[in-house]
Design a binder for this molecule. Structure first.
Ligand SMILES: [Zn+2]
Ligand SMILES: [Zn+2]
Length: 341
C-alpha cells in the first residue's frame, strides 16, 4: 500500500509499505479521507519533535474491507466509518472513570496513534464509528476535531442560554461555534480576519469582533450589559488572546484553554481576581470515546455542517502542497483523499 512518510522536517515521501493484516478482533480499514490538522502541520514544520520516520494523520475516515476473527457485529466489510485513532486501554484509572482521553496507556511504545496518511489501517471495532450513506468521507474526517470541541465545551461547562466567547475563528474556532450554538449558547467570536468573522456568523455566531486595537473585552461587555461572557474558549495561541479571555468574562466566568502553546506560557490573571470573582480555568486535551460518538451523531444528523470548512482536497501527489496550504490563513481544513489521482 502507499503511505505518506515524514522522514524529517519538511520531508514527506510517498512510499510503498506493507499493508497491515487484521488479527483477532481487529478490522482492516481502507482510508478514504484524512484532515491535515495543526498536529500534522507542526510535525511537518518540525515545531513538534517526534522520532522519524512516521506516517502522520489522525482525522481519518474510510471503509472496512476485512475483519479478523471474533469481531462483534456492526462493522462488517463494506461499513463506512469515522476513526478514533487513539486506542484506549479500558482498564486504567482514567479509562475506568470516564476520562479515557487521559488513558495512561494511549501513548505506549509501539502503539500507533497516527497513520491516517496511509492507504490502510488496522483498528479495533471500538475505534470505528459507522456513518450513514448521506455523510461523505470528507465530512466524517471531522469527527475527531468535532469530538475535541465537544470535550472542550463540556470542560467549560457550557449551559443553555449562556454567553460564550470563542477566541480565534480558525477551523477549531468555527467548529466550536457550531457545537456551542447547538448546545443553546449565544456565541460571540473574535478574530482579526474579516472573512473568518463572516464565516463564524454564517455558522451560528451572533456577533464577530475584530480584537485588533485591544477593544475586545469592551465590545464583549457592550453585548452583555457590561458583565462579560459566562464562558470563553481560547483557540488562538496568541498571548493577547489569553489576556483578552480573562478581561472578557463575567464574575464566575470560566475560561477553557483549548489551544496548545509552542513555548511555556503563564496565565495572565491576578490570583486575587480569580479568588474574588470566582473564576475557573480549565484545559482540554483530546476526547473520550463518548465525545467521539456524540460528534459522529452530530455530523450524521446534519446538526453541524463542516462542508464550508473543507477548503481543499489533495491526493498523495499533492499532499506536500496541501500541507503548505494548510499552514496558511487562507484555508480552514485541507484533506487528503486517498483515492484521488
Ligand atoms: Zn485534529
Ligand atoms: Zn486507559
Amino acid at each position: 500500500m502507499r503511505a505518506a512518510v515524514l522522514t524529517a522536517p519538511e520531508r514527506i515521501e510517498i512510499r510503498e509499505v506493507e499493508t497491515p493484516v487484521p488479527g483477532r478482533g481487529e478490522l482492516l480499514v481502507k482510508l478514504k479521507a484524512c484532515g491535515i490538522c495543526t498536529l500534522e502541520q507542526r510535525l511537518f514544520t518540525g515545531e513538534m519533535k517526534i522520532s522519524y520516520p512516521l506516517v502522520p494523520g489522525h482525522e481519518a475516515s474510510g471503509e472496512v474491507t476485512a475483519a479478523g476473527p471474533d469481531v462483534p457485529p456492526g462493522c462488517a466489510p463494506g461499513t463506512r466509518v469515522a476513526l478514533d485513532l487513539v486506542l484506549r486501554c479500558g482498564v486504567c484509572h482514567y479509562c475506568r472513570t470516564g476520562r479515557s482521553n487521559m488513558c495512561q496507556n494511549r501513548f505506549n511504545a509501539n502503539q500507533r496513534v497516527l497513520g491516517g496518511f496511509g492507504e490502510y489501517l488496522v483498528v479495533r471495532p471500538s475505534q470505528a464509528f459507522p456513518i450513514p450513506a448521506g455523510l461523505s468521507f470528507e465530512e466524517a474526517a471531522f469527527a475527531e476535531p468535532i469530538a475535541c470541541c465537544i470535550r472542550s465545551l463540556k470542560r467549560v461547562g457550557l449551559r443553555l442560554a449562556e454567553d460564550l466567547l470563542v477566541i480565534g475563528a480558525g477551523p477549531m474556532g468555527q467548529m466550536h461555534v457550531q457545537v456551542a450554538a447547538r448546545l443553546g449558547a449565544r456565541v460571540f467570536v473574535s478574530d482579526p480576519d474579516a472573512s473568518r468573522c463572516a464565516m463564524a456568523k454564517r455558522l451560528g455566531a451572533v456577533a464577530a469582533i475584530d480584537p485588533t486595537g485591544g477593544a475586545l473585552a469592551a465590545l464583549v461587555k457592550e453585548h452583555t450589559d457590561g458583565r462579560g461572557v459566562d464562558a470563553c474558549v481560547v483557540t488562538s495561541p496568541a498571548p493577547a488572546a489569553l489576556e483578552a479571555a480573562f478581561a472578557s468574562i463575567s464574575k464566575t466566568g470560566r475560561v477553557n484553554i483549548y489551544t496548545a502553546y509552542s513555548a511555556k506560557t503563564a496565565i495572565p490573571v491576578d490570583a486575587n481576581v480569580l479568588h474574588r470573582s470566582e473564576y475557573a480555568v480549565t484545559g482540554t486535551e483530546g476526547r473520550t470515546e463518548r465525545d467521539f460518538h456524540q460528534a459522529v451523531r452530530l455530523l450524521s444528523f446534519g446538526m453541524v455542517d463542516v462542508k464550508p470548512l473543507i477548503s481543499r482536497t489533495v491526493g498523495f501527489g499533492g499532499l506536500e502542497a496541501g500541507i503548505r496550504a494548510a499552514l496558511t490563513r487562507e484555508t480552514y481544513r485541507v484533506l487528503l483523499q486517498h483515492d484521488a489521482p
